[in-house]
Design a protein around this ligand. Structure first.
Ligand SMILES: Cc1ncc(COP(=O)(O)O)c(C=O)c1O
Length: 433
């Protein structure tokens, strides 16, 4: 596959964009960051004319596929009346009402542009509500790139994480404030008993417990039975705010997010990504008794670009199509077809491939483990081997995310899923065991 034009543009980019990209995660692309020209349905085409069946879906947002015509039409229509009023507009109200009717915890909400902002506001609000400073977060979870949560995301080596019962709060980036580690208590995920012990001992310091409902940023790990219920119970018992970060699970596991799927209602939740087919929008939503501090302005939330017409219109259209076309049934069905197919071809080719997740998104990695339950166990994945698999899949026209997460969209069909499975078979057959 030829990437000549992409390479030239990328070299040019490096002279003007830091690292040649606009988000750190885009740097790690094969064979280098590519330039794309167009996306339609389940396909994306690069500037060299290579077409890829896309399981990246812009890291999750494109739940209806690229360039969905109804989304584009609604965006055009709404934007023709205005783009940003620095004031309220009807479509924004209608979207909020719709979201309130869909999401169990969403008694009140505020719109922002990115998941990172809404996560940031959730922690600020939790501190204000409780008068406590720290929050519990889990190893390997991602809650955006802001300072508060830039500790405990990951570590270069397993040893860096320290003892399981008392993990090191590993910094993710340089440039953080000196004592940022003191803000969070980092714990391994999916260990209800350890969580219970820590919270019982330290609840007086803890404003919030924040978690992804399915750990999608390191593997794709479902919560162990009753883990989320334990979080709920501990938060109720000790007056701690339960924050569920639904930036990936929201509108992917169903119209009411993971909180409906797992039947656990948090105090606050963050939605973004799949909500608006690639237009910038997120929400912080939650119970009135907490959100009232945002209503009163005692906790400040703001943003010049919030609830811009294109994003609101895209969200309205996306939610309409998701519900009307019963998209979630399709995402689970195709996800199962793909996961089962990948497991079958891995068995046939004798490759230690672990495929794990609910279906609308799932993780693929090389490991001899039968299951991966927390971040520490993800160190058992052979990441170099997956990088080689990804490169070969991409050379055969299948685009994947580097960390092994696969996303399904409503634009995929059975034949395309089958093509991905057959391509994986061919690649796996040629790889060392
Ligand atoms: C669970 C989770 N929370 C928050 C974020 C941050 O969202 P954004 O990239 O829109 O700032 C992400 C992004 O991948 C995420 O996966």
């Amino acid at each position: 596959m030829n990437h000549q034009k992409s390479k030239e543009l990328y070299d040019r980019s490096c002279r003007v964009l830091a690292g040649g990209v606009s988000s750190e995660f885009r740097k790690f692309s094969y064979p280098h960051p590519l330039f794309y020209a167009a996306g339609k349905g389940a396909y994306i085409t690069d500037v060299d004319g290579n077409e890829y069946l896309d399981f990246t879906l812009s890291q999750g947002p494109l739940i209806l596929g690229h360039s969905h015509p109804e989304v584009l039409a609604r965006v055009n229509e709404e934007s023709s009346r205005g783009q940003l009023f620095a004031g309220q507009h009807l479509a924004e109200l209608e979207l909020a009402e719709k979201l309130q009717s869909l999401i169990p915890c969403a008694e009140l909400m505020r719109f922002s542009l990115s998941g990172s902002e809404s996560d940031h506001c959730a922690l600020r609000l939790a501190r204000a509500v409780t008068g406590r400073a720290k929050f519990v977060r889990f190893e390997g979870h991602y809650h955006g790139w802001f300072d508060n949560v830039a500790v405990g995301i990951g570590a270069p080596n397993l040893e860096d994480l320290g003892e399981r019962e008392n993990p090191n709060p590993v910094r993710w980036t340089q440039g953080l404030p000196p004592n940022i580690e003191d803000e969070s208590i980092v714990l391994p995920w999916n260990d209800a008993e350890l969580l219970r012990r820590i919270v019982e001992a330290r609840h007086g310091e803890i404003a919030a417990i924040i978690t992804e409902p399915v750990m999608c940023n390191s593997g794709c790990i479902p919560p162990r039975e009753s883990f989320l219920e334990t979080v709920r119970e501990l938060c109720d018992r000790f007056g701690i705010v339960f924050i569920l970060d639904e930036v990936i699970t929201g509108f992917r596991l169903g119209m009411g997010g993971a909180q409906q799927f797992y039947d656990v209602t948090p105090d606050l939740a963050i939605f973004g990504k799949a909500m608006a087919s690639g237009y910038p929008i997120s929400i912080l939503c939650g119970k009135e008794k907490f959100m009232r501090l945002v209503s009163s302005g005692e906790v400040i939330h703001a943003g010049t670009m919030n609830s811009g017409h294109p994003s609101i219109a895209a969200a309205l259209a996306t939610l309409e199509v998701l519900a009307r076309d019963n998209v979630h049934e399709k995402l689970f069905r195709l996800g199962k077809q793909l996961m089962d197919g990948l497991r079958d071809v891995a068995r046939e080719t004798d490759q230690p491939l672990l495929v794990q997740g609910p279906g609308p998104m799932f993780h693929v990695g090389f490991t001899s483990q039968n299951e991966v339950c927390d971040f520490r166990e993800t160190f058992g994945y052979d990441k170099k081997k997956y990088a080689s698999f990804l490169g070969q899949m991409q050379d055969k026209g299948i685009r994947l995310i580097g960390r092994g997460l696969w996303y399904i969209s409503a634009a995929h069909n059975e034949a395309e899923i089958d093509r991905a499975i057959q391509t994986a078979r061919a690649v796996l057959a040629g790889m060392p065991r």
